[in-house]
Write a protein that binds this ligand. Structure first.
Ligand SMILES: Cc1cc2nc3c(=O)[nH]c(=O)nc-3n(C[C@H](O)[C@H](O)[C@H](O)COP(=O)(O)O)c2cc1C
Length: 202
């Protein structure tokens, strides 16, 4: 299992061009997206939703709004990762997420209230958005584990893409996109800072 994970780590890179002739099967796509669904989130809030763009027409319309990046139109599937907004303890979604806590429901809601509610709207939305990045890592690694390529994408015009996709911006916002598919080119050499510079044992 460790070796397989390591292989997936080295397989994954930000793929810039996908093979338009190759499509991800429904079963593989489900496996990949389910990894995002199963990702951890603070308080178990799961404050995310995923939209999957498969329509070629929609991809063509999105491309100019995404810095004209070729990943948008060459990928098999384009995942749009949304985070929930307005996540104060009074939001019915938040309350419902705590229901499975049973007898601990009130206590969880109180701790959540004390942790989240004193923050500004902007801070709370930012906190909610951070959770989505965890799901994103799971999605990309799940894809790599079955030799499917990915590219995370933050280079896009948020307002315009939200408008084009008809996102309910009262309650959701786009955090980023992930293009999924099969590489055309060889993976370039990876640049990373040395382990010793990044990790310090205390
Ligand atoms: C949140 C996020 C947003 C990114 N946005 C883009 C993007 O818009 N376009 C792009 O080509 N790469 C994008 N990247 C890819 C990074 O440039 C890439 O991950 C980094 O250079 C390391 O390379 P590697 O992923 O191939 O190891 C993004 C990466 C992350 C994590």
């Amino acid at each position: 299992m460790r070796n397989q994970f390591e292989e997936a780590l080295h397989f994954r890179h930000a793929c810039k061009l996908f093979d338009t002739a190759k499509k991800i099967t429904e079963e593989d796509l489900h496996f990949i997206l389910d990894a995002g669904r199963l990702a951890p989130s603070s308080f178990g809030m799961e404050g995310w939703e995923f939209r999957v763009v498969q329509s070629g027409t929609l991809k063509e319309q999105l491309k100019p709004l995404c810095w004209d990046q070729p990943q948008i139109t060459t990928c098999s599937d384009l995942v749009v990762l949304l985070s929930r907004k307005n996540m104060r303890s009074t939001n019915p979604y938040v309350v419902e997420q705590f229901r499975p806590r049973g007898e601990h429901f009130e206590r969880y809601l109180q701790v959540y209230h004390d942790f989240v509610d004193p923050r500004s709207d902007e801070e709370i939305n930012c906190w909610s958005g951070k959770q989505v990045y965890i799901a994103s890592g799971f999605i990309m690694m799940a894809a790599a584990s079955i030799e499917i390529d990915s590219c995370p994408i933050e280079g896009f015009d948020k307002e315009k893409v939200e408008a084009l996709l008809g996102i309910d911006t009262e309650n959701f916002e786009i955090q980023h996109l992930i293009a999924l598919g099969y590489r055309v080119n060889e993976q370039p050499p990876r640049h990373r800072r040395p382990f010793e510079d990044v990790v310090r044992f205390l």
